[in-house]
Design a protein around this ligand. Structure first.
Ligand SMILES: [Zn+2]
Length: 86
């Protein structure tokens, strides 16, 4: 990853797992509103069954390895665990 020339998108194979999420569809290009090229999205399915298109950069950077519902649930459970310890 050295700055310039890094525009080539290396596809992620279907079935690749990122945390709780698995890639279930081919890459889809969506143009950016600010005219700086396009984002690549992949359709991913969470272990809980929720499917959503996620930006490939988010997946690669580790930002979207579970869906919002799982994120909320884990946060709630973490809060309950903390209260149980107190
Ligand atoms: Zn989920």
């Amino acid at each position: 990853m050295s700055g310039k020339g890094g525009r080539r998108h290396v596809p992620i194979p279907i079935g690749t797992r990122f945390g709780r999420r698995v890639v279930v569809g081919p890459p889809v290009c969506m143009p950016r509103t600010d005219d700086h090229g396009a984002y690549v999205y992949y359709r991913v399915r969470c272990d809980c069954g929720a499917e959503q298109p996620i930006r490939v950069t988010s997946l690669r950077m580790g930002h979207s390895h579970r869906c919002q519902a799982c994120c909320n649930r884990e946060r709630r459970e973490a809060g309950e665990a903390k209260r149980a310890l107190a």
